[in-house]
Design a protein around this ligand. Sequence first.
Ligand SMILES: [Zn+2]
Length: 333
Amino acid sequence: MLLSQNNSIKSSIAIAFIVAAGIFSLSAEETTTIRLPGQHLQQHGDLLANQGNTAIQLDNATKYLEGLFSDEEEPEFDIYTEGWDSQMVNCYSGVTVPQTANIDVSKYAIPHPGYITSPYGYRRRWRRMHKGVDLKVNVGDTIRAAFDGRVRLTKFERRGYGYYVVLRHTNDLETVYGHLSKFLVEPDQYVKAGDPIALGGNTGRSTGPHLHFETRYMGYAINPCAIFDFANQTTHTDIYTFDKATYQKPRNFSPKANAEYAAKYRIENPPKPYVRDRSTNSNSSSSTVYRVKKGDTLGKIASRNGTTVARLCRLNGITTNTRLQINQKLKLR
Ligand SMILES: [Zn+2]
């Protein structure tokens, strides 16, 4: 098992280099197609036209925007540094990452049409980077491969991503899909852009169903909004130019456009009542009440039950200074 995984990584890296050589020989001027804002507006207009009377009022969009990113859903743990098993640790170690690289993203699929509920970037609340975007999903929604490629791994990480899939793509990118409820692919399987790879869920450290989606280049977590325009369900350009100096920056990301897209998406896809699924949930127990044991702290209880101290305090009307009593009952959710 270990051996075969090692071998598959080595062979995947070899493939990546061959593909890279091909990509570097392309000239950016010849192949880049810039999608102009006008085209985006046209596309957006068409989408709105199909909605009949559901055109979005600016007021509503602004109001929605205010609450949009207020509940960042999970302090994710970085699988590329903290959660990688020994045989997986930094599969790019010893590999020189180029300063810039042109990556063909012309043949793509948006993994899920949900809007962004939490953007890429530094999260003050958790004092760490959020290395992907969170997309709204309902449990059981189909999650699709972003590009052609091969499944590098399918795994479970209780403290972070829950059930997650890592794909290695023929364009040299890797994508990560987290908090899934079910895998539809197996390691080493080849996939095409748009192929169903998993079902969306709420596993791992997550307080509501969503997809955590990362785009990586040789371990560097690129801001997915630098490649994808989620509000318009497209990519910004056919060729994404990776640049070590700018890979964290989004391109043309507009929270307002995202809020408008979100409002429209919610009309089409009303949130389903969410029932916690015992068979797919990562937590040791799916019960909603916890009985305090000797030696417990709010931090321990929160991390063991996939929640946060702040949430426990809010639910139970207590503060971090409240003294816990043995056998005291705490609401978990
Ligand atoms: Zn996330």
